[in-house]
Design a binder for this molecule. Structure first.
Ligand code: ADP
Length: 610
């Protein structure tokens, strides 16, 4: 059954009620009509007949008086005419007896009429002179009797008419009440029945609506189960089909997603180096590849990092912190940042490299860390350092005797020199000095690299330290035609620093040497001291070519020289940095191309004696 039929059916109780009401109404009007019809048929005709009979008998009576008066001709016609009319009306009355007592009155009328007719015939046959007597004695009393009987019939019927119309009025009143009650009842029942049916009809819509809502809220199992073949049931079936398709689609895209995930997993598993994907919370390991699992014993989970070596754990936390704070990817600057891990099959060096994973809103949602195995590179580095150390060490002794020999020659201890020879030997001595400086740097480097550097820390006077370095370099400054000045030394609180005096001199000497070396003739080099409460800051500024900002970090790396620069081996600043850091101080540069340079470093104050 379709929805239209059902909706129409829902109106049926109301329509049925209306029909019932119509039938009742019709019955009521019929009843009322019939009662007025009855009055007309039963009584009105009798009333009419009685009136006419009364009139006829009156005319007959007056005709009799005409006969008394001797007007025979006029009287006769009137007599005949009215006798006929009386007869006819009496016959009508006799055929229309409807009321109780009417039959007796009619019979009485008939009897009196018959008696009157007999008396009238006799009266007519009398000679004219006797008629007056006969009228008053015989005929008139009979006439009054007939009239009285006709009046009786009349009043019986008139009374009946009044009674019947009264009854009809009461019936009409009763029917009025019945109709009113029936109308109210039908309206009530009809509305109630229709609303019950309509509610039942609309229930499936509720079921369907609920299923749609549940599906919308993400319940993939939501279906609308409806029996029947109407439009709502069809709609529910369509909805279920749609929900099935959605489910299939969801499952299939889930499958694709799983496949893609497996592919990605096997791709990172195939990498020989450990790869770790971290969440932003501490200890949160989201994913690891096989290498990370087997080499580092890292597990996926909220505290997946706990299983790993403490060095690895610290390194991972450091890298995560850097990336999660939004400082961008983490890239290693040198092999020194590699973390040493001891594994059953030997020692490994792992160099971390991290990139952020972004969430939907662009926030850092995780960190991918790749630990590059740089064990072999590190080994090569070590070999290189060993080689450098050996070579530098082996060069030292021959170089010393070479320097000594040249010195003796230049001083002409072994004999006089020609001007040309002296010039050549001077050049050779300068190159020997440079070679000596490089070898010293290399030896320092190898000591630092081997971790064999032991600081001999004492309380060192700042003023003396700076003086010693200035003293050593004054000659070079004069030679290069540079002004060399010291500032801040007069202040009393220049005081002491806690340092290895020889190493501290080396640091300041290196910076001052660079300033003197790279500043063109006529320039000015200043050494300044800024005493602080916990540390002393040493500054070396020059009016040289300056250093572009992009090299500020790189110049502190080993073997780095600015492009196009001649000079040392690019080790001086590296050694400076390492030595200052070993003292617990800091080092930096402020400069830009063409602006001169300002190098600074700090050394700590000696700790107060307890
Ligand atoms: P080097 O032994 O070659 O001087 P350093 O490590 O001391 O190596 O210095 C690295 C590089 O930094 C130098 O090659 C030079 O280009 C640059 N540099 C160092 N000091 C200065 C300075 N005062 N003015 C300009 N450039 C400098």
């Amino acid at each position: 059954m379709n929805l239209r039929t059902k909706l129409l059916l829902a109106q049926v109780p109301l329509i049925a009620g209306l029909i019932a009401l119509g039938v009742t109404g019709r019955a009521a009007t019929t009843t009322l009509g019939r009662s007025s019809e009855l009055i007309l048929k039963d009584n009105y005709r009798s009333v009419l007949a009685a009136e006419r009979m009364k009139e006829a008998i009156e005319r007959i009576d007056s005709a009799s008086l005409f006969l008394v008066a001797g007007r025979a001709a006029r009287a006769q016609a009137q007599l005949d005419d009215n006798c006929r009319r009386f007869e006819a009306e009496l016959a009508v009355q006799e055929g229309n007896i409807t009321e109780p007592g009417e039959i007796e009155s009619t019979r009485r009328l008939r009897e009196r009429w018959t008696a009157y007719r007999g008396a009238l015939d006799r009266f007519q046959s009398r000679p004219a002179g006797e008629r007056a007597d006969a009228y008053f004695t015989g005929l008139e009393p009979l006439f009054l009797g007939v009239k009285g009987a006709a009046d009786e019939v009349l009043s019986i019927n008139q009374d009946a008419m009044v009674a019947k119309s009264e009854r009809a009025r009461r019936t009409a009143h009763r029917l009025d009440l019945v109709m009113l009650t029936a109308t109210l009842l039908v309206a009530l029942l009809g509305v109630a029945a229709s609303s019950v049916v309509t509610t039942r009809l609309l229930r499936p819509l509720g079921v369907l609506g609920q299923a749609v809502r549940r599906l919308g809220e993400g319940d993939p199992e939501a279906r609308a189960v409806l029996a029947g073949r109407d439009e709502i049931a069809l709609l529910a079936r369509e909805f279920n089909t749609m929900a099935d398709r959605l489910d299939q689609y969801r499952r299939s895209s889930l499958g694709e997603l799983l496949q893609t995930q497996q592919e990605a997993q096997s791709a990172i598993d195939s990498l020989p180096d450990p790869v770790v994907i971290l969440g932003v919370g501490p200890g949160d390991v989201r994913n690891v590849n096989q290498a990370a699992e087997s080499l580092l014993r890292l597990r996926v989970g909220a505290n997946g990092g706990a299983a790993a070596d403490p060095a690895i754990r610290d390194m991972l936390e450091r890298v995560r912190d850097h990336v999660a704070r939004g400082r961008g990817p983490w890239a290693p600057r040198s092999l020194d940042e590699a973390v040493r891990v001891v594994l059953p099959d030997g020692e490994r060096r792992l160099l971390p490299r991290a990139t952020p994973l972004y969430g939907e809103a662009g926030e850092v949602a995780g960190v991918t860390v790749m630990l590059e195995d740089v064990t072999r590179l590190h080994r090569l580095d070590e070999l290189k350092n060993d080689l450098v150390a050996t070579v530098a060490h082996e060069f030292r002794t021959p170089l010393t005797s070479l320097r000594m020999a040249i010195h003796l020659c230049v001083e002409q201890v072994v004999g006089p020199l020609t001007a040309k020879q002296e010039e050549l030997l001077h050049a050779a001595r300068e190159d020997c000095e440079r070679l000596q400086a490089i070898i010293d740097d290399l030896l320092d480097l190898s000591r630092i690299q081997a971790g064999r550097m032991v600081l001999d820390r004492r309380a060192v006077e700042v003023a003396a330290l700076v003086e010693a370095v200035l003293e050593a370099q004054r000659g070079a400054a004069a030679e290069r035609n540079l002004t060399l000045a010291a500032e801040g030394l007069a202040e009393r609180d220049a005081g002491l620093v806690d340092a290895d005096a020889e190493r501290a001199q080396l640091v300041l000497g290196n910076l001052l040497g660079n300033a003197l070396r790279y500043t063109p003739a006529g320039g000015r080099v200043v050494v300044r001291v800024e005493p602080g409460e916990k540390s002393v800051r040493f500054l070396v500024s020059d009016t040289g070519p300056g250093i572009a900002r992009e090299y500020h970090e790189a110049i502190f790396e080993k073997f780095f020289r600015l492009p196009g620069q001649q000079g040392g081996a690019g080790l001086g600043l590296y050694i400076v940095k390492e030595l200052v850091q070993a003292h617990g101080g800091q080092v930096g540069v402020e400069s830009d191309a063409g602006q001169g340079s300002l190098f600074w470093f700090t050394l700590p104050r000696p700790r107060e004696a307890p």
